[in-house]
Each structure stands twice: as C-alpha cells, then as structure tokens.
Design a protein around this ligand. Structure first.
Ligand code: S3P
Length: 163
C-alpha cells in the first residue's frame, strides 16, 4: 500500500520519506525536473496558477503507482478540491506530519536551499492564516497524524513503518 505524506512546508515530509525503507517519490523534485527550474523561479516567472496545474497533474500520475511506496507531497497540494478528492479516493494511507506554526516558521526561515515563495511573499500573519486553513484540510484527509515537534525524522519514519 502506498503511503502519502501530507503537511505544511517545513514539516519534514521529504526528510522523513528518505528514512522510510521503501521506494520514495518526492512531488516537488519531480515537478522541478519537469519544469527545469526551481519552484520559486517558476512561481516568479509563470505564477502560482501554472504551478498548481503541474502539481495536480503530478499528483494524479503518482497516485496511479502501485506497490509499497511513499509519496511526499508539496504543502499546497490540499488547496485544490480536485486534489482533495483524489487524495480521499486514492485508497492509500494518508499521513499528516503536524508541527506547530512557530517551529515550522523558524525552519522555513533557516532553509536557504529551498526557498518557499509563499513564505517570501507573505507577512508572518498572513502566512499563519495559510497554516491554519491548511491544517484543517490536512486533518480532514489524514488516516494518521504524527506530531513532529519533538521527534527526529528517524523517529517519525519508524512510526510510519509500523503501518
Ligand atoms: C508549497 C509548498 C512547497 C512547494 C511550493 C508550494 C505550498 O513544498 O510545493 O513552494 O503551497 O505549501 P513543501 O511543502 O515541500 O515545502
């Protein structure tokens, strides 16, 4: 059965998936291969709507894959109703990596390698609003919620491997 990792930016979806002993697919990496540039450059050049279209196509492709795999999603995958329907109907196992806003905010701020356009383009207050709205959507889709605030990626991966 495929495991789908959901969660806000900085929740550790990619890092955790690398510690799970299964083939793993990282949506953001696959998208960057498709568009041939970083997601933040693509946002700046083509806009968010163009990114969301590629994100939905990629989700649909990944959900067709069979077997014991892990798919790490981008934090914004849940904003489209169609994506939410796909994630609800996929009959796979959706795992939410939850963390408090302040922890995520600090992690995202420190991450100079993967700069998130929504972080760069919003005030802290607006970014917090996005977090609140998204958390409700993730929770509605998840079969399991793991709080990652005080856990290492290895510990989180170990919990997931018990599924
Ligand atoms: C986004 C999250 C990012 C990336 C893009 C948009 C979002 O992925 O897909 O910057 O809207 O939350 P991560 O959740 O891996 O940071």
């Amino acid at each position: 059965m495929a495991i789908i990792l959901l969660g806000f930016m900085g929740a550790g979806k990619t890092t955790v998936s690398q510690h799970i002993k299964r083939p793993f697919y990282d949506m953001d990496t696959i998208i960057e291969e498709k568009i041939g540039m970083s997601i933040s450059d693509f946002f700046a050049q083509e806009g968010e709507a163009a990114f969301r279209k590629i994100e939905s196509e990629t989700l649909e492709e990944l959900l067709q894959l069979e077997g014991d795999i892990v798919i790490s999603t981008g934090g914004g995958v849940v904003i489209s109703e169609r994506n939410r329907d796909l994630l609800r109907q996929n009959r796979k196992y959706n795992v939410l990596l939850a963390a408090s806003f302040e922890v995520l905010y600090e992690r995202i701020k420190e991450d100079k390698v993967f700069q998130r356009p929504l972080f760069l383009n919003n005030s802290k207050e607006d970014f917090h609003g996005i977090y609140e709205r998204r958390m409700m959507l993730y929770e509605g889709l998840s079969d399991l919620v793991i709080n990652t605030d005080n856990r290492t990626p290895e510990e989180v991966a170990r919990i997931i491997q018990c599924i």
